[in-house]
Design a protein around this ligand. Sequence first.
Ligand SMILES: Cc1cc2nc3c(=O)[nH]c(=O)nc-3n(C[C@H](O)[C@H](O)[C@H](O)COP(=O)(O)OP(=O)(O)OC[C@H]3O[C@@H](n4cnc5c(N)ncnc54)[C@H](O)[C@@H]3O)c2cc1C
Ligand SMILES: NC(=O)c1ccc[n+]([C@@H]2O[C@H](COP(=O)([O-])OP(=O)(O)OC[C@H]3O[C@@H](n4cnc5c(N)ncnc54)[C@H](O)[C@@H]3O)[C@@H](O)[C@H]2O)c1
Length: 483
Amino acid sequence: MNQATDEYDVIVLGAGPVGENLADRTRAAGLSTVIVERELVGGECSYWACVPSKSLLRPVLARAEARQVPGLREAVGGSLVAADVFAHRDKHVGNWTDDGALTWLDSAGIDLVRGHGRLVGPRRVAVTPPDGSDGAERTLTARHAVAVCTGTRAALPDMPGIAEARPWTSREATSSATVPERLIIVGGGVVAAEMATAWCGLGSRVTVLVRGSGLLNRIEPFAGELVAETLREAGAEIRTGTSVKGLARPGGVAGPVTVTLESGEQLEADEVLFATGRAPHTADVGLDAVGLEPGGWLKVDETCRVTDVPDGWLYAAGDVNHRALLTHQGKYQARIAGAAIGARARGVERLDTGRWGEYATTADEAAVPQVVFTDPEVAAVGLTAEQAESEGRNIRVVDYDMGQVEGAVLYADGYRGRARMVVDLDRGHLVGVTFVGPGVSELLHSATVAVAGEVPVARLWHAVPSFPTISEIWLRLLETYRG
Ligand SMILES: Cc1cc2nc3c(=O)[nH]c(=O)nc-3n(C[C@H](O)[C@H](O)[C@H](O)COP(=O)(O)OP(=O)(O)OC[C@H]3O[C@@H](n4cnc5c(N)ncnc54)[C@H](O)[C@@H]3O)c2cc1C
Ligand SMILES: NC(=O)c1ccc[n+]([C@@H]2O[C@H](COP(=O)([O-])OP(=O)(O)OC[C@H]3O[C@@H](n4cnc5c(N)ncnc54)[C@H](O)[C@@H]3O)[C@@H](O)[C@H]2O)c1
């Protein structure tokens, strides 16, 4: 393989975490692979999402936890040094350069073509070089498969003044090098909750405008309630049932922004962040050239093969298929799709695509874990009680106050948290678990193993948590379940 080769076994569009992992798996299966990337190798996650957001949040959460440890509390009473937090974030994102990722691509034997890729027919991708480069357009051909891993962008609502007011999206919220004195956040999902935590911790006066009834409405309600309570205690204002109808920034981008609410009330801030969901990068990837509608989420089967395309050569993994907009889940899809492409290229006719089969992304439906890095942390896997009920399952919900667990109380004085497990009574195993409280992120994988492994509740009784750890919440939940 070399850069002059225009025919490969596999072409991957988009070098985010998902594209990288998929390419890695097809290379490991012995297939020549090229990846096409128009921005930075590493994708949204590495430069404007997971990595910078978590590095902004880490000092905020560490300080919040330290303030709950007697003897340490007084030592961490001051403000964060924003310049140091930003410098640490900038280091983690490689100062928005992808040199490290290029070394990895090279070592994995994956070719890279920089530019915007578009399908121009079955198994064919045209690449337009980036602006300012003097290269010519190139057409790549795949012998076996093309995988679209082009991810998402922030979705902004259509409203008067929004384009001129240039609001922050997740990109600016994760890469800003200044702390706005007053920050309005529109939205009540994960980005809104995490960015409210980060910027409030860094010193902004934060107002969150939620059009629904509370934060994090895809997770058990008690989680969003505790996060909102802590944010309010930290000085943020959370306004629920509040919709925005317009924006204006009369003094230009350097001046304050005015947000007009549906009620007619006007609020002023130095910045406004729209954290109102994501839209797929599929409007300009040539879907029309292969008979698909541009602009939508790509519908896939359990191996991430796009349905409705003859001959089964087109795959879509990660955010772009809308199964679960999370890096780890997209990488899981990439491992399975990459292996499926490899097996099909070897001529294997029947892949095990049954539930939990080697080539089935079953966890996307049954056991998606997610940690929200708010204060306190939220960690959840599988179904909420409401989701399980709406699926018609016969369930029992078990709740426990984590402030009653000795390991938790030792971890943080005045520990506030709650746990819930949802038991499917007909199947005898857990279908969902949610924790909210300091330090629960590292507890989540135990729940993921229980849900994905469909471990019988009776056997969980023999999985003994160490004393005195927060994990003893498991024992308390099981004792409550058994009565
Ligand atoms: C603020 C924020 C924080 C987040 N935090 C977390 C977290 O803590 N944990 C977590 O699991 N998830 C988190 N997520 C979600 C996570 O970022 C995504 O699930 C993940 O990035 C999806 O990976 P991907 O490879 O599918 O897409 P992306 O990371 O979006 O990568 C897609 C790549 O494709 C490229 N591309 C697009 N179109 C083309 C084209 N036509 N030609 C060539 N290249 C193209 C893009 O430039 C990009 O590099 C967060 C998201 C946001 C917004
Ligand atoms: N720690 C993590 O795992 C993490 C962190 C950040 C983001 N993510 C992922 O990124 C994805 C995107 O996050 P997000 O928070 O942008 O999306 P989201 O879908 O989680 O939340 C969007 C929010 O915006 C609101 N909204 C939508 N349109 C609106 C409008 N016109 N006016 C007012 N409110 C509006 C919705 O009601 C919702 O509260 C999520 O699916 C999430 O899984 C994950």
